[in-house]
Design a protein around this ligand. Structure first.
Ligand SMILES: Nc1ncnc2c1ncn2[C@@H]1O[C@H](COP(=O)(O)OP(=O)(O)O)[C@@H](O)[C@H]1O
Ligand SMILES: [Mg+2]
Length: 250
């Protein structure tokens, strides 16, 4: 394994969908590291492979070729059960669509990863969860079911659930897409804190230049390839980058 400080290492990963006679190349020979303590934003046009990248990284979807290490464990060729266990213990997901269980309360949704892993949170984990709940303003919403919460509140529950177990890596696919500006900013600061203070690797798909400007680096995908990597850009520079990319693609 080439980089022991990487939460995820991908080498020459390809993923093709559909009819082999007329394939859709969702990822083409992608090599990338998601480092611990680093917050990476993934940008690119619709259909460029961003969600496939996240799903393959997490072992939710299988690569056709190439190699992937999740916290130094190779996941290509790993059996389903082993991959599921590795994912539960190492990956926190935040989807745009929240993916909460409708029949469970907010608090039960937050505890679900622990239940699935077969253990209850210890004192330190309970304190961390309580901190997350407080900082996202969910304290008085814990007994509510998802249908009784606003979209923003549901996403905050999903984020607490993803961060609760302090996974090696957090994968967020448009986490602020359905949120108001203020809640979106809280979520972004929390992701930043997770990387800085708790050493997690974070990969976040976003179309929003302001959201991307919170990240340490920006990866740009186009047509299944990584076509750029940038650091230290402000929102204005990021939107210029995306506009130029559209120009090239057109
Ligand atoms: N399950 C699937 N079956 C068939 N094609 C898919 C599937 N998932 C993604 N694709 C195709 O792969 C390409 C990349 O998709 P995706 O990773 O969702 O892009 P993005 O998230 O950047 O919009 C697109 O052309 C998409 O239509
Ligand atoms: Mg997508």
């Amino acid at each position: 394994m080439e980089n022991p400080r990487a939460a995820v290492v991908m080498r020459h990963v390809s993923r093709t969908y559909g009819d082999p006679a007329n394939p859709v190349h969702a990822l083409r020979d992608v090599s990338v590291d998601i480092r611990s303590r680093e917050f990476t934003a993934v940008m690119g046009p619709s259909g460029s492979g961003k969600s496939t990248l996240m799903n393959v990284m997490a072992g939710l979807d299988e690569a056709d070729s190439g190699q992937i290490w999740l916290d130094q464990t190779p996941i290509v060729g790993l059996g389903d059960t082993a991959r599921t266990i590795l994912r539960r213990t190492h990956v926190g997901f935040v989807f745009q669509s929240f993916n909460l269980i409708p029949t469970l309360t907010a608090e039960e949704n937050i505890h679900l990863p622990f239940v699935l892993a077969g253990h209850t949170p210890d004192a330190a984990q309970r304190a961390w969860i309580s901190h997350l709940i407080g900082s996202l303003g969910l304290r008085d919403r814990l007994g509510h079911r998802p249908a009784e919460l606003s979209g923003g509140q549901q996403q905050r529950v999903a984020i607490v659930r993803a961060l609760a177990g302090r996974p090696t890596i957090i994968l967020a696919d448009e986490p602020t897409g359905a949120l108001d500006t203020r809640t979106g900013r809280e979520v972004l600061s929390l992701l930043t804190t997770s990387a800085r203070e708790y050493g997690q690797g974070i990969a976040m798909v976003t179309h929003d230049p302001v959201a991307a400007s919170y990240a340490d680096r920006i990866l740009v995908l186009a047509d299944g390839r990584i076509v750029g990597e940038y650091r230290g850009l402000n929102p204005r520079q990021i939107s210029d980058l995306l506009i130029n990319l559209q120009g090239v693609a057109a």
